[in-house]
Design a protein around this ligand. Structure first.
Ligand SMILES: Nc1ncnc2c1ncn2[C@@H]1O[C@H](COP(=O)(O)OP(=O)(O)OP(=O)(O)O)[C@@H](O)[C@H]1O
Ligand SMILES: C[C@H](N)[C@@H](CCCCCC(=O)O)NC(=O)O
Ligand SMILES: [Mg+2]
Length: 228
């Protein structure tokens, strides 16, 4: 299916790599360029139960704020799950059957031509998302270009190459790979993933972020690539 709007599917090589953090910067920047950004985290696991008894979806709340609270939070995150494991298993523990088609419909709901659709997956590109599919399946359904967040640490080169191969297999364009330097006391001397990867990824744009403060200028540069 062809997308009729601009957008990105924010994915990763792993969980906890900076997807939400970067997505909030990107959303704010896109808004400053006059985009109406429809943020979606169609299912969020690891939600903590608040004093009011409701499950609190931290990622979706951050995205919702960044979007200027454009929509009701339930439109951003229609499915909240408690267990901090893959949404596929968390849903099944709660006796829920979530399908990729349901999640795709929730992502597209209310999106109009001219809107920017920003979808954050859960975990990595091949992490199980629904009873019948992975994050990769939702990205394929939505036909959105991928932005891949990856921790800038030892071991990531293999994970990035595998993720790029998986994207290519599905014919999904990759808008970029962001190497995010998360705190890592065990970082080996001489590690230079950016240099090593640049010789291995062909024309896929590679970016490096050393601190969270670096995210803003990168988000601005990426956002400017989406012509209004
Ligand atoms: N460059 C950075 N430097 C320091 N801390 C960072 C950096 N990027 C992200 N973090 C922190 O790392 C943690 C994980 O980031 P984030 O929640 O954005 O990851 P995620 O990929 O969205 O995770 P999930 O798979 O749970 O959705 C957060 O506490 C965030 O503040
Ligand atoms: C609990 C985490 N934060 C995340 C789910 C990560 C699942 C990873 C599964 C895997 O690939 O092994 N949930 C979410 O982003 O909604
Ligand atoms: Mg997140």
């Amino acid at each position: 299916m062809r997308a009729h709007h601009s957008g990105l599917f924010i994915t990763a090589t792993d969980t906890g790599t900076g997807k939400t953090t970067f997505a909030t910067h990107l959303t704010r920047t896109l808004r400053s360029l006059q985009w109406r950004v429809r943020v979606r985290k169609p299912v969020e696991s690891g939600c903590v139960r608040g004093a009011d008894g409701q499950l609190q979806p931290a990622d979706a709340v951050a995205l919702h704020r960044a979007s200027g609270a454009l929509e009701h939070l339930d439109s951003v995150v229609p499915y909240r799950l408690e267990a901090a494991i893959s949404p596929a298993r968390a849903a099944s523990l709660e006796g829920l059957t979530l399908t990729i088609d349901q999640l795709a419909r929730a992502c597209r709901q209310d999106v109009e031509p001219g809107d920017f659709l920003l979808v954050e997956g859960a975990g990595g590109f091949y992490s199980p998302l629904a009873s019948d599919g992975l994050n990769a399946d939702l990205a394929s359904h939505l036909a959105l270009p991928l932005l891949i967040l990856a921790p800038d640490r030892l071991g990531v080169i293999g994970h990035i190459l595998l993720t790029l191969e998986a994207a290519a297999r599905r014919g999904l364009p990759v808008a970029g790979v962001v190497l995010n330097r998360l705190p890592d006391p065990a970082r080996p001397a001489h590690l230079d993933n950016l240099t090593e990867l640049s010789a291995l990824v062909g024309d896929v744009p590679l970016y490096s972020v050393l601190t969270e403060a670096d995210m803003q200028p990168l988000a601005a540069a990426l956002a400017r690539r989406f012509a209004r």
